[in-house]
Design a protein around this ligand. Structure first.
Ligand code: GCB
Length: 650
């Protein structure tokens, strides 16, 4: 064997591995009378470091001067993955550091008023990012799917014509201790490979798109500001209870008033102080789509901070959408607002065409329109947290979310060591901090298909799940398994068993007749062992759009449909007992690494990558609408597409 795994040090800077400890809140930047925002979307200067050790950018300090002075640059759209935008095959599969740069012109009131705090926020940079402003190192962040931010006031409040040159170096290298994990493999057989040849190996089934995937935003707050809000809700005989806790930075002497507005613009409850309970008699509850005549009702919590300064009073305002709802799990049910909820849903990927995993409003709206068309009421954020704007739409539209961490492909024993566990705990902290206030999020998933029968998996998942529950006692926690029911060392700690299976696809090729028996056995074994509700969290088959064969053969649209039909027969029996949901794999075709089992990506979508339906989409649509009607709830009137109402006093 001429292969050896290389350590990350081979590519990383000296600072690698020193991820900042979790500090402060991560409220989504919203405009308010005290806050402004400026999106830095558009074309950034871009340069991939093709040097052999990928460190030329650090050696030559590309961040010290405009990037174009370091050598040739490209124009690169942000948000977007960098991989598929150009025609250069080397960039598509590039592993290592890429450099982004953008000059931002700031309004004078941002640069001259020292009572203004200017914050740079990066929605996601996959995978590791180092940030400089005007050549000064300001932040580092590990993890490609969660936001990070830094106060850059001091750097931009230096004079009337102060400039703001933002440089971000991003490295997509995955190692056994990143999330998701991966391995850099050096090929040393010089009869087969050039000198210093290496490739990135991964253990997950999607392309490792990289770059600045989500909006980069500059926003302001006053220097005394609302840093975080934590909301949980419950219901007592029709009265909605909203428990809130607000943390303030920049002042110890302040007044805090909290108002809850309904969708019509009326104040329905108010309180003062950083911690309290708002009571809403006859509350409109937040219900999943197609479950109630008032689906997805959102109140708005307005926090008003007032601080006395030498010059008078200063205020900060923050508006947070709040859905009042409860979530609970029994041994065979998943309850939302005390009523059994059945997940009729999909698994997705943030993947489409040339933008890769780059955030895109038209794509997002298309996907939500398709979810509505399907009659779906849920999805899982397979296999990493999605953009915050996606979660906001789920709140508004009443789409229930199983919010998954990037813990996918944890299969090497090294990925179970302390370093990995520590990082995974931090990622769960970042995820809960970002998404805790979304009513749509009803369960956390800490991982997908880990090797959970390996010896260290027991301690790993026990610790990880306990930590997640401590961070958020209000939601159930799971991970998605494909291990055998009697070998899974993590399953004892989950609240809901989420199981993936691919009967008559990855084995028993073409033998659709065995599905019913195998699926029923799967469910019975899991339920007998754990007496917990079960979700079929993945099932499906590849179908190449336009391929037909009757009788059904693998890869034809007919085979995909027939396979789903076999699953549905068993799901219909078991949902009477303890199965609480089904999530098709996958909503749409998506890009993967190249291999002999993938034809320009994974084709298990019921929609193509261009979001056109295959035959299976119509089958699922019929089923989901039938299930929706069976629950006895009426389809809601068209929901207005805005986010609640702004308080009328503004
Ligand atoms: C799985 C994985 C998913 C894959 C899928 C498949 O079990 O969770 O990431 O894409 O199977 O199509 O093989």
């Amino acid at each position: 064997m001429a292969r050896r795994a290389a350590g990350l040090w081979a590519l990383g800077p000296l600072l690698w591995g020193c991820a900042l400890a979790l500090r402060g809140g991560m409220l989504y930047p919203r405009e308010s009378p005290s806050r402004e925002r400026k999106e830095l979307g558009g074309l950034w200067k871009f340069r991939a470091d093709f040097s052999e050790n990928r460190r030329q950018g650090f050696e030559q300090q590309w961040y010290r001067a405009p990037l174009r002075e370091s050598g040739p640059t490209l124009d690169m759209p942000v948000p977007s993955s960098f991989n598929d935008v150009g025609q250069d095959g080397r960039l598509r599969g590039f592993v290592g550091w890429v450099w982004y740069e953008r000059e931002a012109a700031l309004p004078q009131r941002w640069t001259q008023d020292t009572h203004t705090r200017v914050v740079l926020r990066i929605g996601s940079a996959h995978y590791y990012a180092i940030v400089w402003v005007n050549g000064v190192h300001v932040a580092e962040h590990e993890g490609g799917h969660l936001p990070f931010e830094v106060d850059i006031s001091k750097l931009v409040q230096v004079g009337p014509m102060s400039s703001c040159r933002i440089t971000i170096a991003v490295n997509n290298t995955l190692t056994p201790h990143t999330l998701p994990p991966g391995t850099i493999v050096y090929e040393t057989d010089t009869s087969k490979y050039p000198h210093s040849y290496f490739v990135q190996d991964t253990h997950f089934d999607f392309f490792n798109y990289a770059g600045l995937h989500r909006p980069v935003i500059l926003y302001t707050t006053p220097t005394a500001y609302i840093d975080d809000i934590d909301v949980t809700t419950s219901v007592d005989q029709g009265t909605g209870l909203v428990y809130y806790q607000i943390s303030i930075q920049g002042s110890e002497h302040f007044e805090l008033e909290v108002f809850l507005w309904d969708e019509k613009g009326n104040i329905v409850a108010q309180e003062s102080g950083g911690r309290g309970q708002l009571q809403v008699p006859n509350a409109h509850l937040w219900w999943p789509y197609l479950m109630h005549e008032h689906p997805a009702y959102l109140y708005t919590l307005e926090a008003r901070l007032t601080v006395q300064t030498a010059a008078g009073y200063e205020s900060d305002f923050y508006l947070l959408p709040v859905g009042i709802r409860t979530v609970a799990v029994t041994k065979n049910q998943f309850l939302i607002n005390g009523k059994p909820f059945y997940f009729r849903g999909v698994n997705k990927h943030e993947d489409a065409d040339i933008r890769g995993k780059g955030f895109d409003w038209p794509l997002l709206m298309k996907d939500f329109n398709l979810l509505r068309w399907l009659g779906a009421n849920a999805f899982r954020t397979s296999h990493y947290p999605y953009a915050e704007e996606v979660m906001q739409l789920c709140d508004q539209y009443g789409i229930v979310v199983i919010d998954e961490s990037p813990g996918v492909g944890i299969v090497l024993s090294q990925s179970y060591n302390n370093q990995s566990l520590q990082h995974h705990l931090e990622v769960m902290e970042e995820l809960v901090r970002r998404d805790k206030n979304h009513p749509a999020v009803v369960m956390w998933s800490v991982a997908n298909e880990p090797a959970s029968s390996l010896e260290p998996a027991g301690y790993y998942f026990k610790t990880l799940i306990a930590h997640t529950k401590a961070l958020d006692p209000s939601r159930p926690v799971t991970f998605v398994t494909n291990s055998k029911y009697d070998a899974d060392l993590g399953a004892p700690y989950v609240d809901v068993i989420c199981v993936n299976s691919y009967f008559s696809w990855y084995h028993d090729f073409g033998h659709l007749e065995v599905i019913q028996l195998q699926l029923a056995t799967q469910f019975e074994n899991w339920y007998k062992t754990y007496q917990k509700p079960i979700i079929q969290s993945e099932y499906g088959a590849d179908a190449i759009s336009g391929f037909h064969h009757d009788p059904p053969l693998m890869f034809s649209e007919e085979y995909q449909k027939s396979l789903l039909e076999q699953y549905h027969l068993v799901l219909d029996q078991k949902r009477e007992e303890y199965v609480v949901g089904e999530l098709i794999w996958n909503f749409a075709d998506f890009m993967t690494d190249q291999s002999t089992i993938r034809v320009l990506g994974n084709k298990k979508g019921i929609f193509t990558r261009q979001r056109q339906p295959k035959g299976a989409a119509f089958l699922l649509r019929e089923r989901y609408w039938k299930l929706a009607n069976e629950t006895g709830y009426h389809p809601p009137a068209e929901k207005p597409q805005h986010l609640g109402k702004s308080p009328s006093t503004w």
